[in-house]
Design a protein around this ligand. Structure first.
Ligand SMILES: Nc1ncnc2c1ncn2[C@@H]1O[C@H](COP(=O)(O)OP(=O)(O)OP(=O)(O)O)[C@@H](O)[C@H]1O
Length: 241
């Protein structure tokens, strides 16, 4: 039967289409009998994985993003990964190129941005920072979910350039502005100037998000940490199974 059908293929193109269809049929049958997970390494079903594997997390400085993400990474050590960002700033002692950042010349980074190679970028303290599409893809290629912990400006850019990648957008919200301020003060990482800048940016961003409902797939209010972490796990459930 198989040979008889093969003889009917007149050209190489027909033969390729025929074999490709047979292969898809075979995978579909295997998926029906063994479950889709059994076929995840067979190419056809797995091609969707990288593009659906981006989680964008944002929230004002001090809302608890790192605290929540540290818990997540501890609980699921191999499941998630951070992409390596680009920056034009100089490396600090102990920072390795390609590990902590891709340290780049401004002209080189600008060229890549103009070519549309970046998911998002921003100027901060007279240096450029950004996440390249390749850096995200590298994480996805390892079979990991790529976490982007970025500012609201970056989120808006990702929404524009990566809509086809269907990222999941998560907003971590402090219970009140006063709690946020207290947490930032207690963290003791900021001087007076940077604390004021962060709080002023937080006020603007929180106002913008309140005025633009629907920007995020999930909003997690980080009041009680355990409850907030539960909510994060619920939001990321499809990635955890
Ligand atoms: N639910 C919570 N209850 C009390 N304290 C918390 C809670 N979540 C986080 N914190 C504390 O608040 C401070 C800020 O948290 P964290 O550093 O995780 O914020 P962040 O959003 O990552 O900030 P940044 O954007 O500046 O890196 C930390 O000292 C952290 O321990």
């Amino acid at each position: 039967m198989f040979h008889a059908e093969l003889i009917k293929c007149y050209s190489e193109v027909d033969l390729c289409t025929y074999l490709s269809n047979k292969f898809k049929e075979m995978i579909a049958r295997t998926a029906q009998t063994m479950g889709a997970a059994a076929c995840s390494g067979m190419g056809v079903l797995s091609t969707q994985t990288p593009s659906k594997s981006i989680v964008v997390i944002t929230g004002p400085s001090g809302c608890g993003k790192s605290t929540l993400l540290n818990r997540l990474f501890d609980a699921y050590p191999d499941r998630f990964g951070f992409s390596v960002s680009h920056t034009t700033r100089s490396p600090r002692p102990g920072e390795e190129n390609g590990v902590h950042y891709h340290f780049s010349q401004r002209s080189e980074m600008q060229q890549l941005i103009e070519k549309g190679e970046f998911m998002e970028h921003a100027e901060f303290g007279s240096n450029l920072y950004g996440t390249s599409k390749a850096a995200v893809q590298n994480v996805c290629d390892k079979g990991q979910i790529c976490i982007l912990d970025i500012e609201l400006q970056g989120v808006l850019q990702v929404k524009k350039v990566a809509a086809d990648m269907s990222p999941v957008f998560v907003y971590v919200k402090p219970p009140t502005f006063e709690t946020l301020e207290q947490r930032l003060r207690d963290r003791q990482t900021e001087n007076k100037d940077s604390l004021e800048k962060r709080l002023s940016q937080a006020k603007k961003d929180m106002g913008y998000i309140d005025e633009n409902p629907g920007l995020f797939d999930y909003t997690i209010v980080n009041d009680n940490l355990d409850t907030a972490y539960q909510d994060l796990q619920t939001a990321l459930k499809p990635f955890l199974s």
